[in-house]
Design a protein around this ligand. Structure first.
Ligand code: HEC
Length: 130
């Protein structure tokens, strides 16, 4: 290979070097998500068949379900069930960013400010609730 072609590859190599770690950092990480989920356990259980707490619904099967409709022995707000949105990644993100802005009249009072933490906790939810 002539020396000039080798030099042409140098910027490319640098680009890969710079971008690769960013990709890793932005992947969803269920293990990190488990840590974020500690903020949710006061109100949510995740195991199949485990009763809902008085403070919030059991979340088993929530990913892919329609909001406020699962039969988990919890009285959802009319706002949440009437919204009838599917709990896909996009909607879960918006929900966790600001539940009561996303669905006016919903009753969940906490939010997860950091985008990476939202992605991680969603990855965790997928792992443990389906
Ligand atoms: C202070 C109690 C509380 C905390 C903490 C809490 N939630 Fe909730 N969550 C609720 C309540 C209450 C509802 C039902 C809201 C309604 O009926 O309007 C809910 C609903 C949900 C739903 C929708 C359930 C469905 O079937 O439609 C998801 C998903 C959810 N929470 C995820 C989380 C995650 C993830 C966390 C932690 C980052 C969290 N929640 C923290 C109280 C809480």
């Amino acid at each position: 290979m002539p020396a000039r072609s080798v030099f042409r590859l140098v910027p490319l190599a640098f680009a890969v070097f710079l971008i690769a770690p960013l990709e890793v950092a932005h992947a969803q990480d269920a293990e990190e998500g488990a840590r974020v989920f500690r903020r949710c356990v006061a109100c949510h259980t995740t195991e199949e068949g485990k009763p809902s707490r008085a403070t919030g619904p059991n979340l088993f099967g929530v990913v892919g379900a329609i909001s406020g409709t699962r039969d988990v022995g919890f009285k959802f707000s009319p706002a949440l069930s009437e919204a009838a949105i599917e709990w896909n990644d996009e909607n879960l993100e918006k929900w966790l960013e600001n539940p009561r802005k996303f669905i006016k009249g919903a009753r969940m009072a906490i939010s997860v400010a950091k985008e990476q933490q939202r992605k991680d906790v969603i990855a965790y939810l997928k792992q443990v609730t389906q």
